[in-house]
Design a protein around this ligand. Structure first.
Ligand SMILES: Cc1cc2nc3c(=O)[nH]c(=O)nc-3n(C[C@H](O)[C@H](O)[C@H](O)COP(=O)(O)OP(=O)(O)OC[C@H]3O[C@@H](n4cnc5c(N)ncnc54)[C@H](O)[C@@H]3O)c2cc1C
Length: 449
């Protein structure tokens, strides 16, 4: 009990971020209450509070590892629930205009593919099995309560329409937008966080399909990248539990609705290769086509504020939202939760562990966000219509990316390094290490000769 840093922590939001963080907090608070506005099904099901859950959700290897460390054997649980194991890169058809398809090598890494509702359900089952985590459904948090510079509780409406309050030592805002934390700053008259926005205006269309066994021969997951500036369309075909597949097409800029299967299927002709279009020729749609509009990558720079009110911590999408086509949000959320767990471990021995944990998390979270942010935004800024400031070295960065892909085709060591960074297993600094940089340069020199 001596390692507890507080009596109660409240987590706002029972999505991927909220559940991951509840697991991270459980060892350090006597009681962790997760307040979720939705009423939750006793199975893997889509729900209104996460409208994005009808679309493909890739859990990267770095996110899977973080969840497995917070909830030991999470990976086994997800596999047993039906998630499909996909080897990197031998089971993936990854297509780009400049290099063609990446080689299907065994890089010794794998991911598990499943629907977002299944991933969340397995996570929820693990979180709620922890004795001191309570998930309260149908609870809409309306306010973080504070006196002077310290938050001390939350006000929320219950399913029965009653307004209640809960006193707590720590409030983690995993509500997806950071609105509660920002409102609190406004109420107490503190500065709001600066915001960086990279506007992508991405239009998503997604269908769940069945594909006859044997139709797909040599890959388990296909992704076709756009070719900026001319082709601004991404496509993906990803396996799900129960032998289903999820097909997504996403476009920068406005897109006509693709409600009719034939129109949805035909839209895949816009991709740079016919791989997914051809495969969908064998497919039978199982549900109607779902749409989603994603305006912008948004980083609320809470970490740049001199301080936050005591007892408040924004996390996951509330802190930073990435263009979802790059598949990083859940994994980044899990890695932030893991960071908080590590920070709490160190803070537990401090004289004011709560303050030390808040300061420690805010000081280190940028290093967790840098790699996915750079990855997302540098790809997005390659489109002239993308809104936002290009970094000074932007053109150099694009040239480096092209060189990296060329080297990954030629050299398995670079291919593995690229996968490790892309899967959020390693920081992008890995590319600056001499043994990797030299290989990238050698591949470039060979290509020129
Ligand atoms: C179209 C689309 C596709 C995506 N694809 C991927 C992908 O392939 N891979 C990936 O890793 N990520 C993907 N993402 C991102 C991913 O969904 C999020 O980054 C991830 O879920 C982490 O979010 P979170 O926990 O912060 O928020 P969410 O998972 O959105 O959860 C927020 C929770 O808070 C609850 N809530 C909100 N307000 C309140 C309140 N006031 N009181 C109580 N509860 C509240 C909501 O009901 C919800 O349950 C995608 C996103 C979109 C939009």
């Amino acid at each position: 009990m001596s390692s507890f840093v507080g009596r109660r922590a409240v987590v706002v939001g029972g999505g991927i971020g909220g559940l991951s963080v509840a697991g991270a907090l459980a060892g350090y608070f006597e009681q962790v209450d997760v307040l979720e506005r939705d009423c939750l099904a006793a199975s893997a099901a889509s729900r209104p509070g996460t409208a994005q859950d009808r679309h493909a959700h890739i859990l990267l290897a770095g996110g899977l590892k973080a969840l497995d460390e917070i909830f030991p054997d999470f990976e086994r649980d997800l596999a047993e629930a039906g998630a499909v194991s996909v080897g990197l890169a031998q089971d993936i058809c990854y297509e780009r205009a400049d290099v063609g398809a990446l080689p299907k090598r065994d890089l010794g890494l794998s991911i598990l593919c499943a629907s977002r509702p299944l991933i969340e359900f397995v996570l929820r089952r693990r979180a709620t099995a922890v004795a001191n985590i309570a998930l309260r459904q149908g609870c809409l948090v309306t306010e973080v309560m504070a006196s002077r510079d310290a938050a001390h509780g939350v006000r929320f409406n219950t399913e029965a329409g009653q307004s209640e309050t809960l006193e707590t030592d720590l409030i983690v805002d995993a509500s997806g937008r950071g609105a509660l934390t920002i409102a609190l700053l406004g109420t107490i008259g503190w500065q709001r966080p600066p915001v960086t926005e990279i506007g992508v205006d991405l239009s998503y269309a997604t269908g769940v399909v069945q594909i006859p066994a044997g139709a797909i021969q040599d890959w388990k997951l296909a992704t076709t990248q756009p070719a900026p500036p001319a082709v601004a369309t991404y496509g993906a075909l990803v396996p799900l539990e129960d032998g289903r597949w999820i097909a997504t097409i996403a476009n920068h800029g406005p897109s006509p609705r693709l409600d009719v299967w034939e129109n949805f299927h035909a839209a895949f002709r816009r991709l740079i290769t016919p791989t997914i279009y051809d495969m969908l020729g064998h497919a039978r749609p199982l549900d109607r086509i779902r749409h989603y509009g994603f305006p912008a990558n948004v980083w609320n720079h809470f970490e740049r504020l001199q301080r936050l009110p005591r007892g408040v911590l924004p996390i996951a999408d509330a802190l930073c939202r990435f263009n979802p086509i790059h598949g990083q949000g859940m994994s980044s959320a899990a890695k932030q939760a893991q960071l908080l767990q590590n920070v709490l471990k160190q803070a537990a021995t401090e004289s004011d562990p709560l303050a030390a944990a808040q300061t420690g998390f805010m000081a280190r979270v940028e290093s967790v966000l840098q790699t996915p942010w750079r990855f997302s935004t540098s790809a997005d800024l390659a489109f002239p219509e993308t809104r936002g400031e290009r970094p000074e070295n932007f053109q150099k960065g694009r040239e480096f990316e092209a060189a990296l892909f060329r080297a990954a085709v030629a050299d398995p060591v670079v291919h593995r390094a690229m996968a490790e960074v892309g899967q959020l297993l390693r920081h992008h600094d890995l590319f600056d290490e001499p043994h990797i940089m030299e290989r990238i340069q050698a591949a470039s020199a060979k290509a020129i000769a």
